[in-house]
Design a protein. Structure first.
Length: 122
């Protein structure tokens, strides 16, 4: 989840963010990349979120062939952000780890061994 930077925001973005801040009581992220294991096959690698235009899904795995197996994932957050939003990402971001199957009516379990974040020069 990428932090809002008021110095880089346009007028419309500033107004929208100000409204969100007044409703939620804090600074919501300006954009978000969600790395997903999709339970179905999709032709795209990056998909917009139907409910929020500032969120993109990056499909790491598709289908069920690897269910029940350990997998290592390596991502380039900066490159993915540029591809998803056609601009450079904000300088600050947060990471959240979630497991969600709400929209599928199924259940899911995930295990995470470790997360390593490397900061590289842009």
């Amino acid at each position: 989840m990428f932090e809002y930077d008021p110095k880089k925001a346009g007028l419309g973005e500033s107004i929208t963010h100000g409204l969100a801040r007044s409703v939620y009581g804090g600074d919501p992220p300006i954009s978000s990349l969600n790395y997903v294991w999709a339970n179905k096959e999709h032709p795209e690698r990056i998909m917009p979120c139907p409910a929020m235009d500032h969120v993109r899904y990056i499909l790491l795995r598709k289908g069920s062939s690897l269910v029940g197996t350990w997998q290592d994932e390596t991502v380039d957050i900066v490159a993915d952000y540029r591809e998803a939003f056609r601009t450079d990402p904000p300088a600050k971001a947060r990471i959240a780890i979630m497991n969600d199957s709400d929209n599928t009516g199924e259940s899911s379990v995930s295990w995470i061994e470790y997360i390593e974040v490397l900061q590289l020069l842009r």
